[in-house]
Design a protein. Structure first.
Length: 534
């Protein structure tokens, strides 16, 4: 199904001129005959427009820092910011060899509960007192402080509070100045979190885990148990998972992050900074992977094996892929019969809108409109455009760290993988090392790519393009439901999952097929429409 220029124009017809001029830059109708189709991304949302984006605090506390299970994460701000970022992302955690149950604080919510009085007189003392209470009650290995908007506005010095508390208690207290208004979306918060963790946590440990193939998975947050499914498969093949960052991760493991051979990057948007900085500081190579979809998972597993160039590992990889794909095939086939030929519209944050296209393809479904809430141009057009991205006042607000090789721990990338430089160069031609191709290349001509889609545009797309399903966010899902189009929330998976890896693909197929076959969507009629008939 191809969408036309006219259809897109009609969709935007009700905009005032200035808004139209702005929004046109965020929309592409894919035409591969045109040599370069650029998109505007990571710029401010037009004031007054109902965006699906989140804030900087969400990206720092909610996404990158919050899932670290053995740290206490204190929200410095009003209770609402803490309440609404508490547990809703479904990043799961459990006890393991290095982290006993009593050291896991993921299900608790910590907040300084700033009141009017504190806003007027300052909240530093309250924050310091809270840290003391937390240490006394729970003895965490480390603490984070994440600032919300009012903290930046009143000027509390959270760095000074963190430093003093750290000296008082002898544990690391990390201060994240991730006030909600910083940057244009949660993307700024990812960057702030990456910088602080890179500068102050990674590299502090000394324990390499045993094993021949020791890997990290970056940008995987264990939503609905995703990373547990990946661990099942990777460990069977023979890998040692040093750390999943930050899904079900521990502070202890992150300190040892540099003691692996290879960083796998699942979500490029949220974690590419750490992958790049680790390459600069430690020389560690990173590989882009995608574990969403049966074929995509198999391809990623093959690419990882190629990085080691080890025959036994390759053989075992093929054995596991053959067994797993044979096991899931009948289930996928069953649901494929229901889903085949259907179309999808996806808007998620910064990675999933691309990753899930592969899983939909496994089901015979085509993604006809896809967009990110807050990704950057490289997530659309590929890392090759990074040097051409112009910074603005908002992006320059977040510091770029320029790291130099670490004296003790730097090794050339090929040394990590135990191969010659020539072999490594060959490998780079075959697998995406230090490279992400972006989403646009996998979309077909006549399909739409949309950045920072707003409420109005979502409604128009549902009404005029009529996709069979909308894979959406928390807020926009209800627009879709009310319009009679089934909608699956792809951030937290609406209480189900996992959706990653082989078992995840089967869960997703079942859930999507269920939505396609339920008669509910045909029964939606507003009461006034019913009354009008009478
Ligand atoms: Fe990465 Fe994510 Fe995503 Fe993201 Fe997010 Fe998320 Fe997301 Mo919601 S880290 S960019 S900031 S894959 S919370 S687990 S689902 S918007 S597409």
């Amino acid at each position: 199904m191809a969408i036309t220029d006219k259809q897109l124009e009609d969709m935007l017809v009700s905009y005032p001129d200035l808004v139209l001029k702005n929004r046109k830059k965020h929309l592409i109708l894919k035409k591969s005959a045109e040599s370069c189709q650029t998109i505007e991304a990571n710029t401010r949302t037009i004031p007054g427009i109902i965006s699906q984006r989140g804030c900087c605090f969400a990206g720092c506390k909610g996404v990158v820092v919050g899932p670290i299970k053995d740290m206490v994460h204190i929200v410095h701000g009003p209770v609402g910011c803490a309440y609404y970022s508490w547990g809703t992302r479904r990043n799961k955690a459990r006890a393991d060899d290095t982290t006993p149950k009593e050291n896991i604080y993921s299900q608790l919510c910590f907040v300084t509960d700033m009141q009017e009085k504190d806003i007027v007189f300052g909240g530093e003392k309250k924050l310091a007192k809270m840290i003391d209470e937390v240490v006394e009650m729970l003895h965490p290995r480390a603490i984070s402080i994440c600032s919300t908007c009012p903290i930046g506005l009143i000027g509390d010095d959270i760095n000074a509070v963190a430093k003093a508390a750290s000296e008082r208690h002898g544990i690391q207290v990390l201060a994240f100045s991730c006030e909600g208004y910083k940057g244009v979306s949660q993307s700024a918060g990812h960057h702030i979190a990456n910088n602080n963790i890179m500068e102050n946590v990674i590299g502090k440990g000394t324990q390499r885990k045993p094993g021949k193939y020791v890997i990290n998975i970056l940008g995987e947050y264990n939503i609905g148990g995703d990373s547990w499914e990946l661990e099942r498969v990777l460990e069977e093949i023979g890998y040692t998972i040093n750390c999943v960052m930050t899904g079900d991760s521990s502070y202890v493991d992150i300190r040892n992050l540099h003691l692996a051979d290879l960083n796998l990057v699942q979500c490029h948007r949220s974690i590419n900074y750490i992958a790049e900085m680790m390459q600069a500081k430690y020389g560690m190579p990173w590989l882009k992977v995608n574990f969403i979809g049966v074929d995509a998972t198999a391809e990623s597993l093959r690419n990882i094996a190629q990085c080691y160039g080890d025959e036994a590992l390759t053989r075992k990889t093929e054995e596991v892929i053959a067994r797993e794909t044979a096991r899931v095939a009948p289930v996928m086939e069953h649901y494929r019969k229901i889903c085949e030929g259907k179309t999808a519209f996806i808007v998620v944050g910064g990675s999933r809108s691309h990753h899930y296209q592969y899983l939909l393809r496994d089901l015979g479904m085509e993604t006809i409109v896809a967009g990110y809430e807050f990704a950057h141009r490289d997530d659309y057009e590929g890392r090759e455009v990074i040097s051409t991205i112009k910074g603005d006042a908002d992006s320059r607000n977040i510091p770029e760290l320029h790291l130099t090789p670490d004296k003790e721990n730097y090794q050339e990338a090929h040394v990590y993988l135990n191969m010659t430089l020539e072999k490594f160069e060959e490998l780079k031609k075959k697998v995406p090392i230090s490279y992400y191709e972006g989403m646009n290349k996998s979309m077909k001509d006549g399909h739409v790519i949309i950045d920072d889609a707003n409420h109005h545009e979502v409604e128009e797309i549902l009404r005029t393009i009529k996709p069979s399903i909308y894979l959406s966010g928390v807020r926009d899902k209800y627009i879709s439901h009310k319009m009679g189009v089934p909608s699956k929330q792809l951030h937290s998976y609406d209480y189900t999952g996992p959706y990653a890896g082989f078992n995840g693909a089967m869960n997703f197929a079942r859930d999507i097929a269920n939505m396609m076959t339920t008669p509910a969507w045909g029964l939606i009629k507003a009461p006034w429409e019913e009354q009008r008939k009478k």
